[in-house]
Design a protein around this ligand. Structure first.
Ligand code: LLP
Length: 427
């Protein structure tokens, strides 16, 4: 879905449907999500990791009831990180044992609900939480399966805000200095907990597996120390998510089966060297599944050429439906989709309609010089962290998600209305 495809008549299509017709029917801005592609990516990950590993889709990338059903049908598990995601997952029928619950500050109420529902695992992120989950589980007469999230001290080569395994940040318990080992000691003593593994997530939008290699090496070091100190071999190792996607081209980075092979080789090698049985691996891709499956459809509003600089093209959305450019300096591409044009390319910046100059959707791109108000443009690769991070800034109405498949379109998340906004405003 990343580069726009045209049929013989020059019309841009998605899921077999003319994109201009979709805009007519569902309005703009809208996220158009290719269900076939989403399902295929789920299957590719599930198949690649096979029976000896677990793939959890990271729901934070984009979650809705339909997505939960697709995951369920295609054999994936689900990682949630809030009560809201948990409710969506359970409501839509994801079996609780296929859910993992993450987060650095889960509330007692969220933990209670997760344990009561019977989630497959809770990933513990602090000393307080170890005690809290143990107490809640005990009060419910349960023994909750848990992993402990550790920070391995890896510098993932990605934007600072999305790198998570260096030590000076809020997630996990540090391996260095013995925090992680102490967390294991405490967790093993508590009756309410069944410690099944160690978890590490090194960051997002990562392209090479060397960070995972270092992470696996260090986590296996901890597994060995646990065996030596406590006489137990933990059966699981969680390597998190974070595999990058190509945002501005069609060059898919490594395929899931290559990643599965690389990760399993790394873990097996490290465990052999440490004299441990190879644990079961789990991974949590979010972006790599959802990201490429959707594009955002906008209508061009005003066009402002700045002599010698560039042309500012304003669309009917902006940072409220895609905060990633403003937040991470993320790169996107854009294409004219409502017609073909032979006009010369002009340098543009696609901006939104919000009241600030940082409201940029696509920083640098080319569009035909005859671009006009009313034209439709599409920004590909917006399936992950766009709808899920959308806001009501300036009382913008969050766009719908339209799923397309085999020539049919259906709204899976409807467009917000002003009534929706006012319903919350009870002053
Ligand atoms: N597992 C854990 C524990 C995570 O924290 C995350 C992402 C994932 C898995 C999934 O990572 P993925 O495979 O999607 O990269 N909002 C940002 C990225 C922050 C992601 C936070 N955690 C973005 O728009 O790029």
């Amino acid at each position: 879905a990343r580069t726009v495809t045209r049929n013989e008549d020059g019309a841009v299509t998605a899921g077999g449907l003319d994109v201009a017709r979709l805009a007519e029917e569902f309005g703009t801005p809208a996220y158009v999500l290719d269900e076939t592609d989403f399902r295929a990516r789920c299957r590719a990950w599930a198949d690649a990791f096979g029976k000896d590993a677990d793939v959890f889709y990271a729901g934070k990338a984009f979650l809705s009831r339909a997505v939960v059903r697709w995951l369920k049908e295609e054999g994936l598990n689900l990682d949630v990180c809030s009560g809201g995601e948990l409710t969506t997952a359970l409501e839509a029928g994801m079996p609780a044992e296929r859910i993992a619950f993450h987060g650095n500050n889960k509330s007692a109420e969220e933990i209670h609900r997760a344990v009561e529902a019977g989630v497959g695992r809770i990933v513990l992120d602090s000393f307080q939480e170890i005690v809290r989950v143990a107490h809640i589980a005990q009060s419910l007469g349960r023994r909750q399966r848990v992993q402990i999230r550790v920070t391995v001290g890896v510098e993932a080569h990605t934007h600072e805000f999305i790198a998570t395994a260096h030590e000076d940040q809020k997630f996990g318990l540090a391996l260095a200095g013995g925090q992680a080992a102490e967390a294991v000691r405490r967790a093993l003593q508590l009756d309410g907990l069944e410690l099944i593994g160690i978890h590490s997530h090194i960051g997002s939008q990562i392209f090479d597996t060397s960070g995972f290699e270092v992470a696996a090496h260090r986590v296996v070091g901890l597994l060995k120390a646990i065996r030596d100190e406590h006489g137990v071999e933990l059966p699981e190792i969680g390597l998190g998510g974070g595999l990058g996607i190509a945002y501005t081209s069609d060059d898919d980075p490594r395929e899931p089966h290559e990643i599965a092979k690389a990760l399993s080789e790394i873990v097996t090698r490290e465990c052999e060297a440490a004299g441990l049985r190879t644990p079961r691996i789990s991974v949590e891709p979010g972006r790599a599944i959802a990201g490429p499956t959707a594009f955002t459809l906008y209508e061009v509003g005003t066009i402002k050429p700045l002599e010698g600089l560039r042309t500012y093209v304003s669309v009917d959305g902006g940072m409220s439906d895609n905060i990633r450019t403003a937040l991470y300096d993320a790169e996107y591409s854009v294409a004219l989709v409502s017609r073909t044009s032979e006009a010369e390319p002009m340098l543009v910046r696609v901006v939104g309609k919000h009241c600030e100059s940082g409201d940029i959707v696509v920083r640098d791109a080319f569009l035909p010089a005859d671009l006009a108000p009313g034209d439709l443009i599409a920004v590909p690769a917006t399936g992950a962290y766009c709808r899920s991070m959308a806001s009501n800034y300036n009382h913008a109405l969050r766009p719908p998600v339209v799923a397309v498949r085999d020539g049919e379109a259906r709204v899976i998340v409807r467009r917000e209305t002003e009534e929706d906004l006012l319903r919350l405003d009870v002053g």
